[in-house]
Design a protein around this ligand. Structure first.
Ligand SMILES: NC(=O)C1=CN([C@@H]2O[C@H](COP(=O)(O)OP(=O)(O)OC[C@H]3O[C@@H](n4cnc5c(N)ncnc54)[C@H](O)[C@@H]3O)[C@@H](O)[C@H]2O)C=CC1
Ligand SMILES: CC(C)(CO)C(=O)C(=O)O
Length: 304
């Protein structure tokens, strides 16, 4: 299969690297020529959770015209980069190209549907984790499954087959939206509060002040989901938040890592999306709104 991966970062390199290894013609798309040259010359090294290292020769490019029309495009830029990246690399997307996104946030499925029809748009979540240790060196941090869905069964099974062959556990669902919400419901209280307090996930849940705010953020989001007609497949979201924080006690959330590295965060697509949807549904979400505005203000202190 001819596959383009938009965003050759942590997950883009992991998925793109393993799909290359399993025999597909994969192109990793990035916007920086020096990074692309490095990937083409030195290849990728993927370090698995049991410290096994695999070297993979990959093809990277900044120019989607070099790819032609791909059979499958996988989107792995950060959520706020998606619209621009899809426009920039539109040359590899034709009417028969399948699009897949397993990004975080609440809007990635809709962004695909903005540019492709329902039969070619597939989205969901992944519990696979990875970090870029240095350019071309990817370390796997977790090997959870990827749950995704879409309207076209044939397309879903085509993507499932190649991902499973490449070693990724996959679960298919008819409608991915409830699963996208379920994953975000756990992230919503952790990410902004970690970004604002610099506490680890475990410290956030142990600290009475942040724990109370976390409960409120989750309760507001559950209320928005209910008004928005999303039936979240999770009995007790706050219990999931507590379990996640306990399991990842010393982990500093990705949003805090973005703040520390002075990068733009994904706040607009996480708590910011809850605020927007709440507004559409005429529901108040004061704690999500405060958390969103504070993280945006924090970003403003170092961006531009
Ligand atoms: N890294 C992880 O463990 C997980 C990440 N996710 C989600 O997956 C998505 C991707 O995350 P990561 O791989 O961690 O991000 P990342 O920041 O490592 O990779 C994104 C890459 O896209 C590149 N990029 C930005 N604009 C571009 C453009 N116009 N064209 C081509 N490339 C462009 C960036 O320079 C970067 O290298 C995010 O939504 C994230 O929240 C979800 C689960 C786990
Ligand atoms: C919120 C959570 C648990 C993953 O969604 C996290 O800690 C992170 O984003 O790094």
């Amino acid at each position: 299969m001819n596959i383009a991966v938009i965003g050759a970062g942590a997950l883009g390199c992991l998925f793109g690297g393993r799909l290359t290894e399993s025999g597909h013609d994969v192109y990793l798309l990035h916007y920086r020529q020096a990074y692309v040259d490095h990937l083409n010359e030195a290849g990728l090294t993927i370090e698995s959770e049991n410290d096994e290292k695999t070297d993979i020769a990959v093809t990277a490019t900044t120019d989607a015209n070099e790819i032609g029309v791909a059979d499958l495009v996988i989107v792995f830029v950060k959520s706020h980069q998606t619209r621009d990246a899809l426009a920039e690399h539109a040359a590899c997307i034709g009417p028969e190209t399948d699009l897949l996104s397993l990004q975080n946030g609440l809007r990635h499925y809709d962004r695909l549907l903005d540019i492709a029809d329902e039969d070619h748009s597939f989205a969901g979540v992944t519990y696979q984790g990875a970090v870029v240790e240095e350019p071309g060196y990817i370390r796997v941090t977790s090997s959870g499954s990827s749950t995704f869905g879409g309207a076209n069964d044939g397309g879903l099974h085509r993507i499932e087959e190649i991902l499973v062959e490449a070693g990724f556990p996959v679960e298919l669902v008819d409608d991915p939206r409830p699963y996208i919400w379920a994953k975000q419901l756990v992230s919503l209280p952790i990410k902004p509060l970690a970004a604002l307090t610099h506490l680890s996930n475990g410290e956030l849940i142990e600290t009475p002040e942040t724990r109370t705010l976390m409960k409120e953020i989750v309760a507001e989001a559950e209320y928005v989901a209910e008004h928005h007609g999303v039936d979240i497949p999770m009995d007790d979201p706050m219990a999931e938040v507590v379990a996640t924080c306990e399991e990842s006690y010393s982990h500093y959330s990705s949003m805090l890592q973005d703040i520390r590295a002075k990068r733009k965060t994904e706040i607009d697509d996480v708590n910011g999306a809850i605020v927007d949807i709440a507004r559409e549904e005429d529901v108040d979400v004061p704690i999500n709104e405060l958390a969103t505005n504070l993280v945006r203000a924090l970003e403003k202190s170092y961006l531009d």
